[in-house]
Design a protein around this ligand. Structure first.
Ligand SMILES: Nc1ncnc2c1ncn2[C@@H]1O[C@H](COP(=O)(O)OP(=O)(O)OP(=O)(O)O)[C@@H](O)[C@H]1O
Ligand SMILES: [Mg+2]
Length: 350
């Protein structure tokens, strides 16, 4: 028999501090969890969204998928930060094929590299609200050299990179599969990791603005290290138990970093707000390990003056209770939002 079952994929998010793996199965009306796991990366294996120590990363990918018994070899992974350039542009209305022919010429002015060194992808969002003769397009460009590194990395790990996504869009994917938002509502999503905050402002499945802020959980660790004169490792341990120790100096540093992060988010969201036609953002949903920092969400709430909530990437995903520990899923949830979004991609997706 010939099946038309879409090829199964496993979502692998290579973060600065750890690798997250999620596999989902499509079931009637949604998804079921098949595999989930996280494994720490050696410090400096990934820096500023750049894969520095490929053999170490390959080893972690390989051992994580082996320990979880992952059989699927097709992978969806994602880029972020300076590895990818995303622009929302407006074009005269045309077909996807016509745009395909033109996009290289048009893209040149938005890309700070030689156009021959980059791969260009685009996604037509739909007609422009202000000028119906125009359409809105998202342009995504990444250096061929970076893409080849990811392809080679997974090949080395015995897998095939089939979908290369963008962190901010994978996050959006995970959000949309789990939450219903009303048609005119504008929502901000922020994955706050170790080195980067991926911000994506969306309305009804349409991304209106993205920005990667080069800041995250490592700010706390670096500041604790600097201000308390301790090692990076000591500072990281202290941070993770920071609220428990009740130490005033530690808490002082943490609260100060909370303000810095909240201010950075505020600035980026204001930048979106200054665009013509921008409407008010009604709510911010956050994920990422950094979002677990004590009192951070309060600081963001105070600064932005909108409701702030943690994303639950498993809200609508079913799982067999005998296979997965709900305590573990709760612990892992903030870290795996991007990987969950990746796991929903299918071969041939744009
Ligand atoms: N309970 C906690 N309180 C505060 N920070 C935490 C806690 N748990 C984890 N973190 C921090 O979260 C960060 C890791 O989160 P996450 O796994 O989302 O990042 P990443 O994907 O590795 O990094 P990035 O997305 O920036 O590349 C680290 O900075 C870690 O110290
Ligand atoms: Mg991350």
């Amino acid at each position: 028999m010939f099946g038309f079952r879409k090829k199964e994929l496993v979502g692998i998010d290579i973060g600065s501090t750890s690798i997250k793996l999620v596999q989902l199965k499509e079931v009637k009306g949604g998804y079921e969890l098949v595999k989930i796991g996280m494994a720490p990366l050696p410090t400096q294996a990934v820096m500023d969204n750049t894969l520095m120590d490929i053999p170490a990363i390959v080893e972690v990918v390989r051992s994580l998928s082996k320990s979880l018994g992952v059989k699927v070899r097709q992978v969806a992974c994602s880029l972020s930060g300076n590895a990818v350039i995303i622009r929302q542009l407006s074009f005269p209305t045309m077909t996807a094929q016509e745009l395909e022919e033109q996009i290289h010429w048009e893209a040149e002015q938005y890309i700070p590299f030689d156009i021959n060194d980059v791969n260009i992808d685009f996604h037509i969002l739909g007609p422009d609200e202000v000028d119906p003769k125009k359409m809105n397009v998202i342009l995504v460009a990444s250096k061929k050299e970076i893409i080849s590194t990811y392809v080679a990395l997974f090949k080395e790990a015995g897998m095939t990179l089939t979908v290369l996504d963008v962190d901010a869009f994978a996050l959006q994917n995970a959000f949309e599969a789990n939450y219903d938002s009303s048609p005119d509502e504008i929502i901000a999503l922020a994955d706050m990791g170790d080195a980067t905050i991926n911000l994506n402002i969306v309305r009804q499945g349409e991304s209106l603005f993205t920005r990667d802020i080069q800041m995250g959980g490592n700010l706390y660790t670096l500041e604790l290290q600097r201000k308390l004169g301790i090692t990076f490792e000591e500072a990281e341990t202290l941070k993770l138990s920071g609220s428990g120790t009740g130490d005033e100096r530690t808490m002082g540093v943490i609260l100060q970093c909370n303000e810095t992060l909240a201010m950075e988010l505020y600035r980026s969201m204001n930048f979106y707000g200054a665009n013509a036609g921008a409407e008010r953002i009604s709510k911010l949903y956050v994920s990422g390990g950094c979002s677990r920092t004590p009192f951070l969400l309060d600081a963001i709430r105070n600064r932005l003056e909108i409701p702030v909530e943690l994303i639950d990437p498993f809200q609508k995903i079913i799982f067999q209770e005998k296979l997965f520990d709900s305590g573990y899923l709760k612990e892992a949830a903030p870290h795996v939002a991007v990987a969950v979004g990746l796991a929903m991609r299918r071969y041939g997706d744009k």
